[in-house]
Design a protein around this ligand. Sequence first.
Ligand SMILES: [Fe+2]
Ligand SMILES: [Fe+2]
Length: 273
Amino acid sequence: MIIVQLSDLHVRPPGVLAYGRVPTNDMLREAIEHVNALRPRADVVLATGDLVHAGDIEEYAMLRQLLAGLSTPVYLVPGNHDDRGNLRKVFADSEYLPDTGEYLQYSVEDHPVRLIGLDTVIPGKAGGELCLHRRAWLEETLAAAPERPTVVFMHHPPFRTNIDHMDVIGLEGAEAMGRLVERHPQIERILCGHLHRPIQVRWRGTLASTAPSTAHQVVLDLRRGTEGAFALEPPGYQIHVWSRDTGLVSHTAMIGRFDGPHPFADDGTGGVG
Ligand SMILES: [Fe+2]
Ligand SMILES: [Fe+2]
C-alpha cells in the first residue's frame, strides 16, 4: 500500500498569491502531476491541513477543482488556516467526512493500513488542540481495531520541533494524547503538517513526523525566540510505503526539475549508491 501525504497546500482564489508572493495553486498543480506520475501508483492521498490559506469558500472551490486532477482518492483534515464550515460545504458529497458533529474526524477502513484523520482546529487560533471530546473519539476508534496497523494523521504535531515560533503554536492536549497513544501499539505512525518541513521523532511508543509543504517552507532556524519566516526552498511531500514484511517506510519526494536521472557507471569507486 502506498500512502502519499500532501501538506499545507495553502490554496488561494484563482490568480491570487499567498503572502503576495507564493503561487500556491500552481505549486499544488505540480505536486499533483508528480503524484500522478508515481509508479507504482499511490493508493491514497492524505492532505494534512492548511488546505487553503484564508478559509474562504472560493478557495475551497479552487481546492476541489485542483484535487480533481488527482488520479487517487484523497482524504482531507483541516489545519489552522481552514474553516470547517466552508470545507464541509464544498466537500459535502465526500463520503468519508462526518455529516454530524462539530469535528472533521473519521477513519478509513478499506485498506491494509487503517487511516484515522484527526481535527486539531481551534477556530480563530494558529495553535491547535486535541480536546477531551476528540481524544475520547480517538480512544474509542483505536480500541475498535487493536490488531490492525494504523496511521493517525492530523495537522498540528503533538511534539516539540525546536523551531520555536512554531512550537508556540503547537498542540494543546499533547500530553494526554501521548498517554492514549502509548496504550495503542498498533499505531505505526502519526503523520502531521503545520511545520512546512520534514521532521521526525520517536514519540510515545511510535514515530511521529511532519511533512514538507507543497508550497513555501518554514525556514530552518533552531534558535530560541526568533521571528518566523518562510522560504521558497524546493517543495515536497511524503510517500509512506506499507508492506507486512517491511512495516511502514517513509520517503520524502522533492518536487522540481533536477538534473538526472543518470546511470551509476562502474568507475571503480565502490559501485552503486
Ligand atoms: Fe501551513
Ligand atoms: Fe498550520
